[in-house]
Ligand binder design. Sequence first.
Ligand code: PEP
Ligand code: MN
Length: 339
Amino acid sequence: MIITLKKGSKKKETDLIIGKIKKLGYKPHISKGKDMTIIGMIGEYAEKYRDIFAAMEAVENISEIQKPYKLASREFQKNNTVIKVRRNVEIGGKQIHVMAGPCAIETKEILFKTAKIIKNAGATIIRGGAFKPRSSPYAFQGLGEKGLKYMEEAGEKLHMPTISEAMSAEQVELVSKYCDIIQIGARNIQNYDLLKEAGKQKKPVLIKRGMATTIKELLLSAEYILSQGNYNVMLCERGIRTFEDSTRFTLDLNAVPVLKKLSHLPVILDPSHGIGIREHVGTMAKACIAAGADALILEVHPKPEEAFSDGPQSLLPDQFEKLMKELDLVAKAVGRELL
Ligand code: PEP
Ligand code: MN
């Protein structure tokens, strides 16, 4: 249920409504616009209290959100959410950001080398996993906390925010201690304990759509994080599994306009995992920007043939540099900025 307050309502009146919501055992979600405040009272059977709030002086209107995902929906918030990451990086506005780096943090040297390359080419966020969800238990599983420490150092040295994956609820605290954005991977989108834990801390969270997850399920997973009070959530399309086997996954570009229509949250695209073939990543990256992505995830490695994971889809430094210039042109063509 959404309670819209009258223009110019006083703080005292807002507090009264918030207090009432809490007293009834619900959590208020407050969205303050330039000239409007709306308070979400989300939870089972909230509507049965409608009349109590309708009778309150400061209340202009009460409406119900029809969608099962409430806080993630455009009905709850009309304007796009712009997420403030560290070091002046804002995701969801006119500027398109590129999160780039190796699939996994392998050594300090490779991470630092890659971070320098991507920064010089115009990327604004360093990516790299310290906890890797691998199909085989014998494959490289990541450096763990040691890798996160390298990531923090790289971020400090280059003055760039960082993103890394947490695979379990227990890892959330560790990743948020060292990195600026917590990534929730495709395989963990329905790990509800992990989602709740990510919602209890304040760092922005990027949630990746599962390879067999509908758009509605992606939004409901985002809702888990939002409902815990963390409103800094980004939605990421990274390819779904279809009958097509000439590419690693099928990047669902349809998800971009659909998510933008249904939700106010920033939409991030990962063409590296989406197509899985280095030669074609650039083409899809351009398509992602044309479709309306707010940021991209791109895997880059100085020597992809020696990468511990995802070498075949990792861009070479020269390719990345050239691509960034092309992406900037596409961004400008659709009224955005990249470099
Ligand atoms: C990754 O970003 O390296 C990764 C493992 O992604 P996904 O969860 O989309 O497979
Ligand atoms: Mn990867």
